[in-house]
Design a protein around this ligand. Structure first.
Ligand SMILES: Cc1cc2nc3c(=O)[nH]c(=O)nc-3n(C[C@H](O)[C@H](O)[C@H](O)COP(=O)(O)O)c2cc1C
Length: 161
């Protein structure tokens, strides 16, 4: 017998993660959403995974465009996380945003801690989500502090002596 939704959410809330903006392009259309279900998967070849809701617009566009970029948010980018998670801002998420275009065509957000441009390698079904496996074709990393997410709220790292 499976556990209930509330227990699942409690378990997932106990896991600390960073926050990313997952962006993509299909033809002329760019889009993106906030994603915390991101993980490194393989060093050689360099593969990452993102877990995306089947209901999300971004998920459908990644399937079409066969590419995505993972933009790891810095500590001061909480507003961006909220904007890319909110349906209210769905059509204006990139308005006034400083971004460039990756080799694959996916948007790369300036000021992010890391930017990984990926071509879609594989898709795995996972209940009401899909797991996308991407191969990193280009990457940039900056020395900044990350935005942290735990128990339904944003956090910042505090060094331990
Ligand atoms: C901190 C945070 C983390 C999130 N992580 C994910 C995730 O890993 N996968 C996912 O599908 N949605 C995630 N979401 C929800 C999406 O960002 C949200 O449903 C978004 O509106 C989808 O946009 P779209 O339908 O325009 O693609 C997260 C939201 C927040 C605030």
């Amino acid at each position: 017998m499976a556990i209930g939704d509330d227990d699942f959410k409690l378990c997932m809330g106990s896991w600390v993660s960073g926050v990313t903006i997952l962006t993509t392009r299909s033809g002329e259309q760019i889009h993106g959403m906030t994603v915390s279900d991101f993980s490194g998967a393989s060093l050689s070849p360099p593969l990452v995974t993102v877990c995306c809701s089947k209901d999300s617009v971004t998920t459908g566009l990644i399937a079409e465009g066969k590419c995505f970029a993972v933009n790891v948010l810095a500590a001061d980018q909480q507003e961006l996380s909220n904007r890319f998670a909110s349906k209210k801002y769905e059509d204006v998420r990139f308005e006034g945003l400083d971004y460039s275009t990756a080799k694959t065509g996916a948007p790369l957000i300036r000021g992010a801690l890391a930017r990984m441009d990926c071509k879609l390698e594989a898709t795995h079904d996972a209940g009401d989500h899909v797991i996308y496996v991407g191969q990193i074709v280009a990457a940039e990393v900056e020395e900044r502090e990350p935005l942290v997410y735990w128990n339904g709220a944003y956090r910042q790292l505090v060094p331990v002596d």
